[in-house]
Design a protein. Structure first.
Length: 275
């Protein structure tokens, strides 16, 4: 996303933005059609000791679920932060186009989680150099160093080809690859001055638009929970996890054409997120 489109901050259009656990990555062995039909995570998702990274592309393709939650109103947890603006200005600094320099507060942790979700859900994750920049920016140094090898293996030329992309993550001429995370809200469930846990409810977009595309852009609703640590004067991710929903009942707005989706993605920039 492009924070500068609304706030006037410096950004980069490519991004739209400790413990032991697992990293789930796109499977090398699954075919694309099988992944789209699957209601369960791919068995070939790679496990890495040290961090959990659930990538939006893997979730959208390998864990597609169009059902709405049976009882979304039954979910209860810590009270959410007010949804109205707090008056706290968004951060005005960035690193490689990703907002950084968040304050060491609850609001700062929420802003960091939302901004990092945008970066991790961007098309930049499908390009090796951009992906490494994103990972090094949003994850704690001790964590990011363990991710590059497994991610490069997961985002193999064969996997990218299944998505219709070149080995460099580029869409064919006349088509637009769409991968976006759009945060809708966030809440803090744990907080100290050195660590925080923040959940971000978001709408994801994934797919290929353009003439001849057989993979239309579609939406997915997820909640992404980040464990953050305070390091190098900013909040950084130590581990994360995702789950489906809550998803609203689909509306009756007719689906846009592939060309309209491509025009919207290329014409509408994103935001710098802050409480």
């Amino acid at each position: 996303m492009n924070p500068g489109d609304e706030q006037g901050y410096d950004t980069d259009e490519r991004y739209g933005g400790t413990g032991q656990t697992r990293t789930r990555l796109p499977g090398d062995e699954d075919t694309y059609d099988t992944a789209r039909r699957s209601m369960r995570p791919s068995r070939s998702l790679i496990t890495v000791v040290g961090v959990v990274v659930l990538l939006i592309a893997a979730i959208a393709f390998a864990n597609q679920n169009t059902d709405t939650p049976d009882n979304p109103s039954d979910a209860r947890g810590p009270a959410a932060s007010p949804t109205s603006p707090t008056g706290t200005a968004p951060v005005d600094t960035s690193t490689s186009g990703i907002p950084t320099g968040h304050p060491q507060t609850k609001q700062g942790a929420e802003s960091a989680a939302a901004n990092y979700a945008v970066a991790l859900g961007s098309t930049g994750m499908f390009n090796k150099d951009d992906r490494r920049t994103i990972v090094d920016t949003v994850f704690a140094p001790s964590v990011s160093s363990t991710l590059h090898g497994p991610m490069d293996k997961a985002y193999s030329p064969a996997f990218l080809d299944k998505l219709g992309l070149s080995p460099d993550g580029v869409a064919p001429e006349g088509r637009t690859f769409v991968s976006r995370t759009v945060p809708l809200g966030s809440k803090v469930t744990k907080f100290t001055e050195e660590s925080a846990r923040v959940s971000v409810w978001y709408l994801g977009l994934i797919g290929m638009s353009g003439d001849g595309s057989t993979d239309p852009v579609r939406s997915t609703w997820k909640t992404w929970t980040f464990d953050l640590v305070w390091v190098d004067d900013d909040w950084r991710i130590s581990k994360d996890a995702q789950k489906d929903g809550p998803a609203p009942v689909p509306g009756d707005v007719p689906a846009a054409t592939s060309e309209q989706i491509a025009d919207a993605v290329e014409g509408f920039g994103g935001f710098t997120y802050a409480r």
